[in-house]
Design a protein around this ligand. Structure first.
Ligand code: TXA
Ligand code: MG
Length: 339
């Protein structure tokens, strides 16, 4: 693999132009989006896409999301687009929604992980949009982490994983949403959620019937056929052991008092952290802040050399389903009741 002196670039129009040029020349760059930082390159170029897989250490059957500027660009990449696609695009794009559609031949199988479909997303982040516009290309961009690690929600976190592997990362500050986009596929007259995100089942059901794939909530046994290859891989794992506790706040606190230890952390809301006499990390004031902070908390645990991190089992409403989905994977599907 090439070894780069990875540059952390401020967001200026010159740097966006510089990154767009790098992408046109077949390179891969770090791009901020409203969800997480992405590892972006020309989605039409197999060699570039191979570089993306290599930099992440990602299995080649796990397809990449293709980032585009608008619906018109979608029509160049996808075929048999349904009226519902247009309806959802009008409501939720630009934004954190990825829609899976049939691909045209222009998208190589390397990008689609060998599938006949491709995931499309129009990001809302101005830097991501600028780079797509200037490069005049659809941009394949998985999250900019090493495969299996939490997605990066800051340029520093992406640099930590990608230093030396890519030429540049544009620093767009902390990502607003903090969890990856909602991934949906079309089914009957509605959609199936393959990966939950900020655009919730409740939001989508205002437009059409919504099914939540079993793999969003439950562990998928090995060798099962999954609708989205990403579902079967290990994800979001810090070095610390993440454990979910199914308990109300009082029982969680009693449990914390028994289990407290220098290298054990308890993740709670701002208010709940006040007056605690055990190690706490705050996830913020509400579930939107929890979503925004979750991946940086998982990375923070490693920096603090945590051995165990306890989280209260989140409820599955709204963005809570996405938080639950990431945490249950980080926890290896283990949920405990306090003893
Ligand atoms: O928010 C996001 O979606 C971020 C930013 C950078 O846009 N990207 C991202 O990409 O999270 P990635 O590659 O880390 O996750 C893409 C997920 C994977 O679980 C993959 O299996 C699924 O989407 N996926 C992509 N294309 C698919 C397809 N054609 N069929 C089924 N699942 C697909
Ligand atoms: Mg990812």
């Amino acid at each position: 693999m090439d070894c780069y002196d990875t540059k952390l670039l401020d967001y200026t129009i010159e740097n966006a132009r510089f990154c767009a040029e790098l992408i046109k020349n077949g390179e891969v760059v770090g791009i901020p989006t409203e969800t997480v930082y992405g590892l972006g390159g020309n989605a039409l170029c197999e060699k570039t896409v191979e570089k993306i897989f290599k930099a992440k250490g990602r299995p080649s059957d796990n397809p990449l999301i293709v980032h585009i500027y608008d619906v018109f660009q979608a029509e160049k990449i996808a075929k048999n687009i349904s009226p519902l696609f247009y309806k959802l695009a009008e409501k939720f794009w630009p934004g954190p929604l990825t829609m899976i559609v049939e691909k045209k031949d222009i998208i190589p199988y390397t990008t689609s992980g060998g599938l006949e479909t491709v995931g499309l997303r129009v990001p809302s982040h101005p830097i991501a949009r600028k780079i797509i516009e200037l490069s005049e290309l659809p941009i394949a961009a998985p999250s900019g982490n090493i495969s299996g690690k939490p997605s990066p929600t800051s340029a520093g976190d992406m640099l930590y994983d990608m230093n030396g592997k890519i030429p540049a990362i544009i620093d767009g500050g902390a990502c607003e949403v903090g969890l990856e986009s909602t991934v949906i596929t079309f089914e009957n007259d509605g959609v199936r959620i393959l990966r939950p995100g900020k655009i919730s089942a409740e939001n989508l059901s205002q437009i059409c019937p919504v099914f939540v794939d079993d793999a969003v909530i439950n562990k998928i046994e090995e060798n099962t056929n999954v609708s989205s290859p990403g579902m079967k891989y290990k994800h979001y794992s810090p070095e610390a052991k993440v454990i979910l506790i199914d308990a109300n706040f009082n029982d969680f606190c009693s449990f914390a008092k028994q289990e407290k230890d220098e290298k054990t952390f308890f993740v709670l809301s701002d208010n709940e952290c006040e007056n605690a006499d055990f190690n706490t990390i705050s996830y913020g004031k509400n579930y939107d802040e929890f979503a925004k902070n979750l991946f940086s908390i998982l990375r923070e645990l490693d920096k603090r050399e945590a051995k165990i991190a306890y989280f209260q089992l989140p409820n599955k409403c709204g963005v809570g389903l996405a938080i639950y989905n990431r945490l249950i994977r980080a926890a290896g599907y283990e949920v405990k009741k306090p003893h």
